[in-house]
Ligand binder design. Structure first.
Ligand code: FAD
Length: 365
C-alpha cells in the first residue's frame, strides 16, 4: 500500500502531456490514481528547455482533452506558455500529481505493481509509463576524449548564448534542435553545425502553414503513417533513429545567418573533434544536439525483447497485464511522440484500459 495508504487503481509515471492526458481519461473512469513526476513543477519538461524555444505545432494542436490551448489558435506557443498550460490543466481538472518524485523502480509483487522512489513506494493494479522519450541525453562516446578547454553541453542543458565561452561554437546534429540552437547562438558566436541533413519541411513555417498545410501534415502523422496502414508499416521502421527533419528552420536560414556546415563528427583527436571528412575543428564550445536515449532499465518487468525494446501494441504490454506505455517515438504512429500524437494515443489507451476492467480475464485487448 505504501505512501497512499491503500492499493491504487493506477499509478501514472510522468506528468507531461501524455501522463496528464491519460490521467484525464482515467479520472473520467472514476479510478483511484496518482501521477508521479520527477520535476519540481508541472511543465518543467518544457520550462527547462532553451529560452527562445517555440513549439513547431500551432496552439490549436497543442491542447489536451477537455481544455483547448488558450489564445491565438494559429500562433506557436513559447515553451513557457506550453508549460503553464499543462500546469493550469492539471489544476483545472484536479489531477492528483505528485511532483519531485523520481521513480527508480517498478516491479511486481504478486498481483500488484510496486512503484518505488527511494524509500517511498506505491502499490497499484495498473501502471502507465509516461516518462517521455526526450529526457535522457545521448552523446557519442568520443565526447569524453575532448579537452577540458572546450565547454560541452547537451541541448537539454542549453538555455542561452550567455552560458557559452567566448570563441567559436560547434553545434553537433542537424535535426530540428540543432538547427534552432545554431541560429540562436549565431548572433553572438562564430557558429558551425555538423551533421547529415535530415530533410526539411518543403514550405515556410508560420501562420499560413498552420492554417492550410500543417493540418494535412498532422493528419498524415496521426492517421496515414501508422502501424495500422501498409504504407506506415513500410515507412516507419526506416524513419526510426534517423532524426527529425527541420521544421521551422531551413538550411537557407542557417546559410543566411553565416552558420558554416560541416560533415558529421566521428571522433576526437588530441582533444579536438574530427569530422567524417577528417577535418579537425578548433572550437571553444560544443553543443550536442544528438538526441535522447530511452532508459527504462528501472522497469523490472518482463516487458522487453532481447534488445531492450518495449513489447507493446498501441501502448498495451501484453506480456504484463496492467502495464501500459504512452508517448514514445513510433509507438503506433509517426506522431506518437508529439503533442497531438500523445493526446490521441491517450484516448485510445483509456478505451483499452476500460475494456480490460470490464473483462479482466481478456487481459491484453
Ligand atoms: P514529456 O513532456 O517529456 O514528459 C515526461 C515527464 O516524465 C517529465 O515531466 C519528466 O519529469 C517525467 N519523468 C521522466 N522520467 C521519470 C521518472 N523516472 N519518474 C518520474 N517522472 C519521470 N512536440 C510537438 O508536438 N510540438 C512541438 O513543437 C515539439 N517541440 C519539441 C521540442 C523539443 C526540444 C523536444 C525535445 C520535443 C518536442 N516535441 C514537440 C515533442 C514533445 O516534447 C513530446 O512529444 C511531448 O512532450 C510528449 O509528452 P510526454 O508527456 O510523453 O513527455
Amino acid at each position: 500500500q505504501g505512501e497512499s495508504g491503500r492499493v491504487l487503481d493506477t499509478v501514472v509515471i510522468g506528468g507531461g502531456q501524455a501522463g496528464l492526458a491519460i490521467a484525464y481519461h482515467l479520472v473520467q473512469q472514476h479510478r483511484d490514481l496518482v501521477i508521479l513526476d520527477a520535476h519540481a513543477r508541472i511543465g518543467d519538461a518544457w520550462r527547462l528547455r532553451w529560452d527562445s524555444l517555440r513549439l513547431f505545432t500551432p496552439a490549436k494542436f497543442d491542447g489536451l482533452p477537455g481544455m483547448p490551448f488558450p489564445g491565438d489558435r494559429l500562433g506557436f506557443p513559447s515553451k513557457d506558455e506550453q508549460a503553464d498550460y499543462l500546469e493550469a490543466y492539471a489544476q483545472h481538472f484536479g489531477l492528483p500529481v505528485r511532483t519531485g518524485v523520481h521513480v527508480d523502480r517498478v516491479r511486481r509483487d504478486g498481483e500488484r505493481f510496486v512503484v518505488e522512489s527511494g524509500v517511498r513506494r506505491w502499490e497499484a493494479e495498473n501502471v502507465v509509463l509516461a516518462t517521455g522519450g526526450y529526457q535522457v541525453p545521448r552523446v557519442p562516446e568520443f565526447a569524453g576524449r575532448i579537452g577540458s578547454s572546450v565547454l560541452q553541453l547537451h541541448s537539454s542543458d542549453y538555455r542561452t548564448p550567455a552560458q557559452l565561452r567566448p570563441g567559436p561554437v560547434l553545434v553537433v546534429g542537424m535535426g530540428n534542435s540543432g538547427a534552432e540552437i545554431a541560429l540562436d547562438v549565431s548572433g553572438s558566436h562564430d557558429t558551425t553545425i555538423a551533421g547529415t541533413p535530415t530533410g526539411e519541411l518543403p514550405l515556410r513555417h508560420g501562420r499560413a502553414a498552420a492554417r492550410f498545410v500543417l493540418p494535412a501534415v498532422r493528419f498524415a502523422g496521426l492517421h496515414v503513417l501508422t502501424l495500422g496502414t501498409p504504407i506506415g508499416r513500410r515507412v516507419l521502421p526506416k524513419l526510426a533513429g534517423r532524426g527529425a527533419p527541420l521544421i521551422r528552420t531551413k538550411r537557407a536560414d542557417l546559410d543566411a545567418a553565416g552558420v558554416a556546415r560541416v560533415e558529421r563528427l566521428v571522433d576526437a583527436r588530441d582533444g579536438s573533434p574530427v569530422t567524417a571528412a577528417g577535418d579537425v575543428l578548433d572550437v571553444a564550445n560544443i553543443i550536442w544536439c544528438t538526441g535522447y536515449r530511452d532508459d527504462l532499465t528501472w522497469v523490472e518487468l518482463p516487458a522487453f525483447d532481447d534488445d531492450g525494446t518495449m513489447l507493446q501494441r498501441r501502448g498495451v504490454v501484453d506480456a504484463v497485464p496492467g502495464l501500459y506505455v504512452i508517448g514514445r517515438e513510433f509507438m503506433y504512429a509517426m506522431a506518437s511522440a508529439t503533442l497531438p500524437g500523445a493526446t490521441r494515443d491517450a484516448a485510445h489507451l483509456a478505451r483499452r484500459m476500460r475494456a480490460r476492467r470490464a473483462a479482466p480475464t481478456n487481459a491484453s485487448t
